[in-house]
Design a protein around this ligand. Structure first.
Ligand SMILES: [Zn+2]
Length: 114
């Protein structure tokens, strides 16, 4: 179980847990999206099982975003900052974590249905 969680955060193949799923992490400043391998470089496992397979990963991305916003909100409440600035901080946080959420959402989706 712990190895699986570790493999999810290391973004490894759901089949062998060794090969990298992504060949590039993407760069928000250059507006370059993450690059995903079609097959695992170690075991050859095909990541996109069928067309539209990753549409369900949007639910994972939504959940991750809500969790991050919840964490930010709790932090905001603990610091006692005025609530009017929360929306701007939330936008900055979500944009900054956009590609990380994209990658983690796909990885979690693949691990759910392996
Ligand atoms: Zn593999």
């Amino acid at each position: 179980m712990l190895k699986t969680v570790k493999s999810i955060f290391r973004q490894k193949c759901p089949n062998c847990e060794e090969g990298s799923v992504f060949h590039s992490n993407g760069n928000i400043l250059r507006m370059k999206s993450p690059g995903m391998n079609e097959n695992c470089p170690v075991c050859g496992h095909k990541f996109e099982k069928e067309p539209g397979y990753f549409i369900g990963a949007m639910y994972m991305s939504y959940g991750l975003s809500l969790a991050e916003l919840g964490g930010l909100f709790l932090l905001w409440q603990l610091t006692g900052l005025p609530l009017s600035g929360f929306i701007y901080a939330a936008i900055v946080l979500l944009v900054a974590l956009m590609f990380l959420n994209f990658r983690l959402a796909r990885i979690i989706w693949m691990y759910l249905f392996r």
